[in-house]
Design a protein around this ligand. Structure first.
Ligand code: ASP
Length: 342
């Protein structure tokens, strides 16, 4: 064979090998998890180094639990549930133990969960004895024909499902008892001082929430809260309302909200973010910005959201000075933040 034939044959095979479709490398589905521990008037000048360290440690402990579940191939549902358990069991947050008190000096807990793969959802409101309300929300979703249960009925249902039931006293902490007294005193005054007003402001928030994306591309979100200090008449906020405090849809994103619940219900915050992505093609960050800074803020409300989309992109958006929040990305990189400007 002469040289020119050989070189033409070689170039021919080279060309073929370049143009033939290569066997596809399986693209690894990213995982990710994001949490919040409430948004509000969280200011550096009012924070001690110990308090800040305690919050950062609690956020990290909680999110690592969920991340390890995802990393080991577990579902986003399990990651959200177990992550929220850590925050519900911590007295630092306004969910489960450490929740805020109502005007009647009781504790009434709300929670919701949504599965983005099936669009199944569950919620409970106004419960006083369920140790981990997020699990009760999941039980409602999985083992009842309903989406939302409240009060005594929700407690009976949770007990029948084998969930841990505790005395109402379990949830009380000295810090929240004192806060209620101060809030009542300040609300009774016609002219509260600037310091009192700041204190009132700081008592409003502290809800916990989580959104996760698992290795199967499934999204889930959950939110759990004691609501707002000094709430009256069995008030229910946005946290247990699917579409307001919590929403998840594999086609778009998973969202958990925190803030002044009345405004979040009226703005249908969590679903609105998903809808802007689905119908208008916005990214999760663009959508979260519109809903928090334009919709909620224009009504006069404040708070924030955390969310993750089906590619692992995230949003942490707030119109308050701070939001306790953390994220672990697909590479395992942890971010923990408290103040808006960090
Ligand atoms: N959104 C909650 C509620 O209104 C409060 C919070 O997020 O801190 O009940």
């Amino acid at each position: 064979m002469n040289f020119s034939i050989l070189s033409s044959l070689l170039s021919f095979f080279l060309l073929i090998s370049c143009t033939l479709p290569k066997p596809k490398e399986p693209v690894a589905q990213p995982i990710g998890i994001i949490i919040h521990g409430g948004a509000g008037t969280i200011l550096r000048e009012n924070m001690t180094a110990e308090k800040e360290a305690a919050y950062r440690a609690a956020l990290e402990e909680a999110i690592q639990v969920g991340y390890h579940i995802l990393k080991n191939g577990g579902s986003s549902q399990e990651a959200v549930e177990k992550t929220i358990h850590v925050m519900e069991n911590s007295p630092l947050f306004n969910a489960g133990k450490g929740a805020v008190l109502t005007a009647e000096e009781t504790i009434e807990l709300d929670a919701s969960f949504m599965n983005g793969a099936t669009l199944d959802a569950g919620a409970i409101a106004g419960v006083k004895t369920i140790k981990n309300p997020i699990s009760a929300a999941i039980e409602v979703m999985e083992n009842s024909p309903h989406v939302m249960l409240s009060g005594k009925g929700a407690e009976e249902f949770a007990a029948a499902q084998g969930l841990e039931i505790v005395e109402p006293q379990y949830f009380f902490t000295a810090r929240r008892i004192n806060s209620l007294q101060r809030v009542k005193e300040a609300e009774g005054q016609t002219q509260a001082s600037a310091q009192e007003r700041l204190f009132l402001d700081q008592q409003r928030y502290g809800t916990v929430g989580c959104a996760a994306l698992d290795a199967n591309g499934n999204l889930a979100a959950g939110t759990s809260t004691g609501g707002m200090t000094n709430k009256k008449w069995n008030r229910i906020g946005d946290a247990p309302i699917i579409g307001a405090g919590t929403y998840a849809n594999n086609a778009t994103c998973a969202i958990s909200a925190t803030g002044w619940g009345e405004f979040f219900i009226r703005s249908v915050v969590a679903h609105d973010i998903s809808a802007l992505m689905e119908y208008k093609g916005l990214t999760i960050q663009e959508a979260a910005k519109v809903v928090i800074h334009e919709k909620v803020a224009q009504l006069g409300g404040d708070g924030g959201v955390v969310g993750i989309d089906n590619q692992g992109n995230i949003a942490m958006e707030m119109n308050t000075p701070g939001m306790y929040r953390a994220h672990i990305d697909n590479e395992g990189k942890l971010t923990v933040k408290i103040y808006k400007d960090e």
